[in-house]
Design a protein around this ligand. Structure first.
Ligand code: ATP
Length: 232
């Protein structure tokens, strides 16, 4: 079943157009990676799905309902969760308390504290630690766990590896297939092509606000991706 359909959206920041007739389709249970260089429009696309930017043209459909103009706070109860760049966990709460906050008003579904701890041993090991005592990577893992606690239909992950130590990035990437294994649909935004290809079923490459390449992760060649990514 198609869970999310973005159809030919234009998105503007004032006079500046960031997305041009951009489309995307996400099947239930799949992991799609949106890749592209700095400024390609990846975060803007996620914001349009989350309701933080409203397209000037085109539509966003979720489970068959048109949500193009629905405000962000009304999309969360539908099961659309965004883990933005830059994390933002509560510094004075423990890891476990941060997770429990994410589970407030949760939907029915597979995710619970136990399941998050199973998927992220890194988080389980630090459950009593206060937010401000966590490294950037640990905060990222907690932020993802917190989003999962709401039992989203789709979790959007924006640049999970940005600015993190490679060893933590490895831990986080090791956990992402466990998210899909629970049936949760994943929309991943990533600058790092290797990371994206390692876990995605499909890849969509953006350049200057347009889709320049898409296909299954196994069918695209490195050369195809490199040319699309850099616009060669
Ligand atoms: P990055 O990896 O750097 O986050 P991105 O692919 O996510 O890049 P976006 O952040 O979506 O790209 O930005 C797309 C374009 O929109 C860029 O040219 C950017 O400069 C512009 N842009 C993004 N946010 C704003 C804003 N708040 N106001 C004006 N222009 C913006």
């Amino acid at each position: 079943m198609t869970l999310l359909q973005v159809d030919a959206i234009d998105v503007h920041y004032g006079d500046f157009q960031a997305l041009y007739a951009l489309s995307l389709s996400l099947e239930e249970g799949e992991t799609l990676a949106v890749i592209g260089a700095n400024g390609a429009g990846k975060s803007t696309l996620m914001k349009a799905v989350a309701g933080l930017m409203i397209p000037t043209n085109g539509s966003v459909t979720f489970e068959g309902s048109d949500i193009t103009k629905l405000p962000a706070h009304k999309r969360v109860p539908l099961g659309i969760a965004l883990t933005p760049e830059g994390r933002r966990i509560f510094p004075s709460l423990t890891v476990e308390e941060n997770l429990l906050v994410g589970g407030y008003a949760r939907r029915k579904g597979p995710w619970s504290l136990e399941k998050v701890y199973e998927a992220f041993p890194l988080v389980a090991d630090r459950k009593d630690r206060l937010g401000f005592n966590l490294s950037g990577g640990e905060q990222q893992a907690v932020a993802i766990g917190r989003a999962l606690m709401s039992n989203p239909r789709v979790i959007m992950l924006d640049e999970v590896s940005l600015g993190l130590a490679p060893v933590v990035v490895q831990d986080i990437y090791a956990a992402l297939p466990r998210i899909a294994a629970q049936g949760t649909t994943v929309l991943l935004v990533e600058q790092d092509v290797n990371h994206a290809l390692g876990i995605a079923d499909r890849v969509q490459c953006l350049l200057e606000g347009r889709t320049v390449l898409e296909g299954t992760a196994t069918s695209l060649t490195r050369d195809q991706i490199a040319s699309a990514y850099f616009g060669i």
